[in-house]
Design a protein around this ligand. Structure first.
Ligand code: MEV
Length: 389
């Protein structure tokens, strides 16, 4: 008996790094996915792909274990298998996809206690935007995001126990923990909801509003309003071609580098604001289905990211190679290595150009399904004890 969930990778069209400072940004879910499968085992220790689980090597899974699978409360050891086709540590959201898929699998594996009310089931446990504030990271440490009424009546399981808001809150908290407390909710929300996700400093009335997220950082509190953009008209005729440099650069290091640059020279905040302006222009173009203008904004965004110091010559080479056959191209994710993305109507020609320039190419259509429970009717392995009233 196993429980399996999957989540897509993501690529960022506009606004990486600037979004950490609260500027607008857009990310798109990719066709490439990660699958996490879990199974209870009769053992003291978890296993990961057949080997003893090492929490220090896998901080994301280790934080998730603390949140959703407390061994001290009797949760059984698990065997975890991970497979998929999102390259790791390459700016395509593999860690957010892993966190979101694993949080869904763990939630399905413990089910959810609710009480009945006239409005339907009311959670007695879990993480939700409706509870307290939306600072996932600080909440994670203090535990304020979990409600626990001491009365439980109904146990939901399978798909009924799952909630995309919860998966993305947990995913964001796990990312923030891995990035030294500096992370936007962009990756986790895109991997959870799929499609095209817009983050803004304000609620955008003409888009489907999801929720607000907040995070206290060392240099102040951030607030993001998240929306689902849907695939804009004409989206079925354009493709994202990802070029992987094969150079690994941890996100936390790149985020810290930008933070230090701004700390050292506060006037460089203008560059962050300019990325915000370009993103805003790109968002308008996207809403109008004007993919030529979307591509131009992407290319301008790359120039700004280069100026910020998060590109590298391998990324610049692939961006240059993709440019003639695409509408626009830029690095995507934290940079310093990892991947670039080109928006193109000619995916084969753009892929060939990237390969000739020394990169690995992946093609994805525009906007894809979010988190999915692959075993929708599964029974829980364990559930937390009922507290006495
Ligand atoms: C990483 O995929 C995107 C960054 O903007 C970091 C973040 O949003 O947390 C670089």
């Amino acid at each position: 008996m196993n429980i399996e969930a999957s989540a897509p990778g993501k690529c960022i069209l506009f606004g990486e790094h600037a979004v950490v400072f609260g500027q607008p940004a857009v990310a798109v879910a990719l066709e490439q996915r990660i699958h996490v499968s879990i199974q209870p085992i009769e053992a003291e220790e978890w296993t990961l792909e057949g080997n003893k689980f090492n929490p220090r090597k896998h901080p994301h899974l280790s934080t998730l274990r603390k949140l959703l699978w407390p061994t001290k409360d009797g949760a059984p050891a698990l065997s975890i298998e991970i497979h998929g086709n999102i390259p790791r540590a390459s700016g395509l959201g593999s860690s957010a996809a892993l966190s979101v898929a694993a949080s869904a699998a763990l939630r399905a594996a413990r089910g959810r206690w609710v009480i009945e009310s006239e409005q339907g089931p009311v959670w007695t446990e879990g993480y939700s935007s409706e509870i307290e504030d939306t600072d996932a990271y600080t909440g994670l440490n203090s535990g304020i995001r979990t409600t626990m009424y001491h009365k439980k009546e109904l146990h939901l399981f399978g798909n009924d126990a799952l909630d995309l808001d919860e998966c993305s809150i947990i995913g964001h908290a796990v990312e923030a923990a891995a990035q030294g407390g500096r992370a936007s909710p962009m990756d986790a929300s895109t991997c959870a909801h799929g499609g095209v996700i817009l983050l803004s400093e304000q609620i955008e009335s003409d888009n489907e509003y999801l929720y607000q997220r907040q995070l206290d950082m060392d240099d102040g509190k951030r607030t993001w309003e998240l929306h689902e953009l849907g695939v804009p008209k004409g989206g079925e005729e354009v493709y994202l071609v990802i070029g992987n440099t094969g150079v690994h650069a941890p996100t936390a290091d790149q985020v810290a580098k930008v933070s230090k640059a701004i700390q050292d020279e506060p006037e460089r905040m203008k560059e962050i604001e300019t990325i915000g302006l370009i993103a805003r222009r790109g968002i308008e173009a996207l809403k109008n289905g004007d993919y030529e203008a979307v591509g131009r904004a992407m290319t301008e965004n790359h120039v700004m990211l280069r100026g910020l110091g998060v590109s590298c010559h391998e990324l610049d080479d692939l961006v240059r190679a993709a440019a003639p056959s695409s509408l626009g191209a830029k690095l995507t994710g934290a940079g310093g290595g990892g991947c670039m993305v080109a928006l193109t109507r000619n995916p084969d020609i753009t892929s060939e150009a990237i390969k000739t320039a020394g990169g690995k190419a992946l093609v994805s259509k525009f906007g894809n399904e979010g988190m999915r429970l692959e075993t929708p009717h599964c029974e829980p392995f364990w559930s937390p004890q009922i507290h006495p009233d």
